[in-house]
Write a new protein. Structure first.
Length: 325
């Protein structure tokens, strides 16, 4: 009745802060209200005011409210751990799970119930899911794949709860300043740097810290690496995302550059439709030479398109150490 009185008075109440079950119960109670005599309204209002007068202090009242109150007053690491422990404030736990290493995902498949493993498999990009199934013993792979058929009626709430539980058990909650490790961060920068800058910096790193330099080299993916990192069957999926002008510029620059760059350009032309390759060769001949800066920018855009496509799970890159990513 108090809520109805306040709403009728035009007040904006922060009811969304209440737990979902309380919001549902309150809504159902409001739906059952009919005409109430003035004496009852006055009695309820008086009782409510007396209850307010006796309140000495108001506490958050829920884990979620407590976390909101403490935000900015405790460390980010503690906040992250608490959010996972109480299962609140985790908008979507699944990206953190999907990003886990293959070993961690295999551990989940081995340790958790079949239905949970099936939910995890369903959440992974298709390429990663296929790679994970291939790494499982045949019987386990078949059991989990069959369980996917039983996930049709699982509610979003249940899937969210499973995700929160898995994050709590398998995902580190330590909050770092950077999402990626040092070598991949430097590698990502050098991917789009000019050739001269990249080679000069790598030479310096090799002198200062050979081990770190080697990690950076493995993290680098340049235009010249395309034949060794991209599967021929995946190339058409990438080509349709690249601006035609950038593609032509990149092919010209690659062909006119190092031997490895020319091999990469030829690899791309050989693994597209014959008609498209002939058309591109004609346009390359008409275009002629390109500026070094324009060529390097175009080659970087090709590499970026490949990387983005791989990160979306649409293609699987070949790992430089011999395994697929």
């Amino acid at each position: 009745m108090i809520v109805q009185m306040l709403l009728a008075d035009g007040r904006r109440l922060p009811l969304d802060r209440l737990p979902d079950n309380v919001q549902l119960k309150l809504t159902r109670e409001l739906a059952q209200l009919r005409l109430v005599d003035k004496g009852t309204v006055d009695a309820v209002a008086s009782e409510f005011i007396e209850a307010l007068d006796s309140v000495g202090m108001a506490a958050p009242g829920s884990a979620e409210a407590a976390l909101r109150a403490l935000e900015g007053h405790i460390s980010e690491e503690a906040m992250a751990r608490l959010r996972i422990e109480v299962g609140v404030g985790v908008a979507d736990p699944w990206p953190a799970i999907v990003e886990q290493s293959k070993d961690t995902l295999l551990k989940i498949m081995d340790s958790e119930a079949t239905e949970v493993a099936a939910v995890v498999l369903s959440k992974l990009p298709t390429a990663r899911a296929a790679d994970l199934l291939a790494a499982l013993p045949g019987a386990d792979a078949r059991r989990i794949a069959l369980a996917v058929s039983r996930t049709q009626r699982i509610s979003p709430t249940t899937v969210h709860s499973i995700g929160v539980a898995l994050v709590k058990d398998y995902v580190s909650t330590r909050v770092g300043a950077f999402a990626a490790a040092p070598a991949p961060r430097v590698g990502a920068i050098l991917n789009v740097a000019s050739t001269d800058t990249r080679e000069d910096l790598l030479a310096g790193l090799t002198e200062e810290d050979p081990k770190f330099a080697e990690e950076v080299r493995r993290a680098i993916f340049t235009f010249e690496d395309i034949p060794h990192r991209v599967q021929p069957a995946d190339l058409p999926k990438v080509l349709r995302l690249i601006d035609n002008s950038d593609l032509i510029t990149a092919l010209i620059a690659g062909s006119a550059g190092s031997e490895a760059g020319a091999a990469a350009a030829e690899f791309m032309l050989d693994n597209m439709s014959k008609r498209m390759a002939e058309s591109l060769r004609e346009e390359m001949a008409e275009r002629g030479k390109v500026k070094k800066s324009e060529g390097e920018a175009a080659m970087a855009s090709v590499v970026t398109a490949i990387r983005d496509t791989a990160e979306r799970g649409e293609i699987t890159l070949i790992d430089p150490d011999g395994e697929e990513e």
